[in-house]
Ligand binder design. Structure first.
Ligand SMILES: NC(=O)c1ccc[n+]([C@@H]2O[C@H](COP(=O)([O-])OP(=O)(O)OC[C@H]3O[C@@H](n4cnc5c(N)ncnc54)[C@H](OP(=O)(O)O)[C@@H]3O)[C@@H](O)[C@H]2O)c1
Length: 314
């Protein structure tokens, strides 16, 4: 019987509140998707606590602007940038090759949602799965020597409560046989983010590397809804179906999972509002309910996904 991790932080907590009083000097972190949305605020919190934070982003000009802003607001000048396009293996491999020394915190934060039509990576994998899961899988595996060298590292896998809408459909991950559904493709990729945490922990715990997944909350102020039809985000805001978080609140659980000593030696779990989530029946889940699907924590699915991901990444 494992004890559920809970904390004094809650829905309203911000990333800066989560790291208040922490000293991360000497630690090195890397955040993907760090030039937009939740990624910026996650990076800001880690930098505010004194870590070196590499901002990995597709758009290096945007990353430079973000780095300047984080340096100015935190007083921490150690905020390098790195080019990273998760759909481009060459880009992932270059980042890995250029990264030297230990990496204490890897935040796999970048993501795409609700891509309206079926699109593929250059290797022929569905775009949301390829970006949100396969690209991060390649990145984390590539950075394994750096994570090992930290002698106590954390990997943070930013999932979503949308994962409740679909397991990984191993028989047809790339929508070859079933009709493409943007929401189901996103959900599948976000379940993969949780399963990755389960299997990475099984494989890497003995190297002192612990991986956990999380739902950041519903945050309307990021760019994630860029693929929504015009007007849909405004409709959702007005509907009252979601209680939205600010970007700082949205980054709080990432900062918590990356830094809290409550998670020392703990991995393969899923967090929400800075608490470990309980297993929930996806069919019973409301839009604001907390919870993780049993299929996302299933060790055999996690192991299978790892093998499939290695195969797809060959
Ligand atoms: N916002 C929410 O309500 C919500 C809810 C649940 C989960 N999440 C998760 O939270 C994470 C952050 O999302 P956000 O809300 O902050 O959205 P966002 O502002 O759109 O940030 C997503 C980031 O991912 C980057 N990205 C997309 N495709 C990429 C690629 N091929 N290679 C490298 N980077 C790529 C984007 O870079 P560009 O700027 O270059 O496109 C952007 O920086 C995502 O994983 C998302 O699934 C968000």
């Amino acid at each position: 019987m494992t004890t559920r991790v809970t904390s004094d932080f809650d829905f309203d907590s911000t990333a800066l509140e989560v790291v208040a009083g922490l000293d991360l000097s000497g630690r090195r972190a890397l955040v993907t998707g760090a030039a937009s949305g939740i990624g910026i605020e996650t990076a800001r919190a880690l930098a505010a606590a004194g870590a070196q934070v590499t901002l990995a982003a597709r758009d290096t000009a945007a990353a430079e602007r973000t780095a300047a802003d984080i340096r100015a607001t935190t007083g921490n000048s150690d905020v390098p940038i790195a080019q990273l396009d998760l759909m481009d293996r060459g880009s992932v491999d270059r980042l890995v090759a250029d990264f030297s020394g230990p990496l204490h915190i890897l935040v796999n934060n970048a993501g795409v949602m609700a891509v309206p039509e079926l699109r593929f990576s250059p290797e022929g994998h569905e775009m949301q799965f390829a970006t949100n899961h396969l690209g991060h899988f390649r990145l984390a595996v590539g950075l394994l020597p750096a994570l090992r060298a930290a002698q106590g590292a954390r990997v943070v896998s930013v999932s979503s409560r949308a994962h409740l809408n679909s397991p990984v459909v191993f028989d047809d991950i790339d929508f070859a046989e079933r009709a493409y559904d943007p929401a189901l493709a996103y959900a599948q990729s976000k379940t993969a983010n949780v399963l990755f945490a389960v299997e990475a922990t099984r494989r890497w715990a003995e190297d002192g590397i612990f991986t956990n997944a999380l739902h950041p909350g519903a945050i309307a102020d990021s760019n994630l809804a860029r693929h929504y039809p015009p007007g849909l985000l405004d409709e959702l805001r007005a509907s009252g179906r979601y209680t939205f978080k600010t970007l700082q609140q949205g980054a709080a659980t990432s900062a918590f999972v990356a830094t809290s000593d409550l998670l020392d030696g703990i991995g393969g779990r899923y967090f929400e509002n800075c608490q470990q989530a309980v297993v929930e029946d996806p069919k019973a889940a409301g839009t604001d309910a907390a919870g993780v699907a049993a299929f996302a924590l299933d060790p055999s699915a996690a192991e299978r996904l790892w093998d499939v991901s290695e195969e797809m990444n060959r």
